[in-house]
Design a protein around this ligand. Sequence first.
Ligand code: ATP
Length: 444
Amino acid sequence: MPEPILMDKIVSLCKRRGFIFQSSEIYGGLGSVWDYGPLGAELKRNVKNLWWKSVVHERMDMVGLDCAILMLPQVWKASGHVDGFSDPLVDCKECKKRFRLDNLIDTKEEHVKECSSCGAKIDLKISAPRMFNLMMKTFLGAVEDESAVTYMRPETAQGIFVNFLNVLDTTRKKLPFGVAQIGKSFRNEITPGNFTFRTREFEQMEIEYFVRPEEDEKWYEFWTQERFNWYLRYGIKKENLRIRAHAKDELAHYAKACSDIEYNFPFGWSELEGIANRSDFDLKQHEQFSGKEMVYFDSVENKKIRPYIIEPSGGVDRATLAFLVDAYHEEKVKEETRVVLRFSPELAPIKAAILPLLKNRPQIVEMAKGIAQSLMKDIRVVYDDTAAIGKLYRRQDEVGTLYCVTVDVQSLEDKKVTVRDRDTMLQDRIDVDMLQKYLVEKLA
Ligand code: ATP
């Protein structure tokens, strides 16, 4: 399938089926800001829950945090964001579009770039890049002056660093240990786009893993592999995932090493998650700015240690988009094209749909609703009688529902229902009494 068409199809399916809508759509839509619809909200929640389960619940060395979006501005001074979190901006004089310097096309001449939209030559000596801070500002309190300025956090990580001592005091964790957090972040991106890939409001899933300085490389390798495997575990195809280590000149000022986990999106290989060895930069900075000693006390060796930090930092929206893209399949069934989202069982927003074959037969409807009601407390199921069965199947395939359970005339007699598998389309006839057990086993 030509690649841009695939992305268009996914965007359209997301809108049509209620995964993702544009923000403020009835007023014309707010660019590059998105709302998750009924199915998108379920999918995104599954992504977050699976992440939390694997990095917090399944590990003894991890705890979670849920910090506020707003923090004292000093935090962003200490972190380097006030002075350094900027992108170089360049305007094209021809088409008037604005670009990040690294999004322009290289030419053979050092100071000349090519506009990626209209192809015009841009002389950087004339149109010198301007630095543009990506943090969003707001005001706290009634007076909108400089002293009231605060920032919407551009990353969740700082909440973890500034709570380092609180976490140590309350959990008594020993090195190495980590803290995980999921939450919204905001960046005034200059060139947002590619659907939910780069937006101005997004959600992050971040881990700050504190280690003995001499063990940093070992843990950096460990987390890079661990996070790569997480995407595979929930269904991303191996050929669509890769690890790209940053070259030395690409590294952020605080990083000793960094690797990106990249996904082969229809618009090219792009970052899903970054794993950075941040050394002791952050704790040192906060120690200097706050005056609090940001160290760990090793009672065995009777000495203070300032841990190094390994940071796997991923985007919830980007992971969700990658899972959507990877799940998208089209196949020919007879003369028709069947669209299926082949989500892994854990990710599928709906596990089973309960469908009456005839919606004007009250006993069938009643039985189907009864089945849906009884399954609801254990499994995410929906009931749907708003179309003929063929159409209902197509709808459920398109949103990745794992099983369709159909109640027909015969069901009233033999108390059996038909269970259709999303991927094989094979059907089983199952006793209603056994249905819950059957589905739970299949989903395990
Ligand atoms: P990029 O190079 O794509 O701008 P980044 O290297 O600045 O990303 P980080 O600061 O490392 O990103 O943020 C960690 C993760 O947060 C990214 O891997 C990505 O998944 C997510 N993320 C960052 N910026 C955005 C954004 N504007 N929209 C959606 N997700 C984002």
